[in-house]
Design a protein. Structure first.
Length: 195
């Protein structure tokens, strides 16, 4: 990962950027920065692995469908946390979604949005970021959700299927900070997080 290139391009596109060696340091940073607010969380193995929702819950109102909350309630939160499925060093943010709660919250409505990004998500260019989102992240998520799709059954790549259980309902590519978000920060970590 060329962090200097990534930081330069994200900042040029209107995003704030912070950089940490470990996921633990990144989680502690976010836990200290977000206080006394309502916090919506998009489906994220990285956030789950780091225990960030539990940390935040001790002093924030956390809304996360993975913990039994309604994903629609997270759409009204002050802060939204998510991870991209892929991110290019040029600053292109790739997300593939089934319910599309992450995509909608990444685009509009929250005063603050934070992306937690492990080094495994950062790719040299858009094509590689999209390939990773389609052929690594989506099959692993389909497997995790026990979907009956070719990618979940074989676990190797995207088959561009039209299965009714497909979790690939929408693709978003964000080039610049959307006008509908007041503050958006990328918290980049030098470790692999999630998938």
């Amino acid at each position: 990962m060329n962090y200097e290139k990534l930081e330069k391009n994200l900042k040029a596109n209107g995003f704030a950027v912070s950089h940490f060696k470990t996921g633990k340091e990144a989680a502690e940073y976010l836990n200290a920065k977000i206080d006394g607010k309502s916090v919506g969380i998009g489906g994220s193995m990285s956030i789950k692995e780091l225990g960030l929702s539990d940390m935040l819950r001790s002093h924030n109102n956390v809304i996360w469908h993975w913990e039994g909350d309604n994903p629609k309630d997270a759409m009204q939160s002050d802060v939204y946390l998510l991870t991209p499925n892929g991110l290019s060093e040029n600053g292109e943010i790739v997300n593939i979604d089934g319910t599309c709660n992450r995509i909608s919250s990444a685009l509009f409505g929250h005063p603050e949005v934070y992306y937690l990004v492990g080094s495994n998500k950062v790719k040299e260019n858009y094509e590689e970021a999209l390939w990773y989102a389609q052929n690594v992240v989506s099959p692993k998520n389909a497997m995790r959700l026990n979907r009956k799709t070719p990618c979940a059954v074989k676990g190797d790549k995207c088959y561009h299927c039209s299965s009714p259980e497909s979790i690939c309902c929408a693709l978003s590519v964000i080039w610049r900070k959307p006008f509908g978000i007041e503050y958006c920060e990328f918290v980049v970590v030098d470790e692999e997080l999630g998938f």
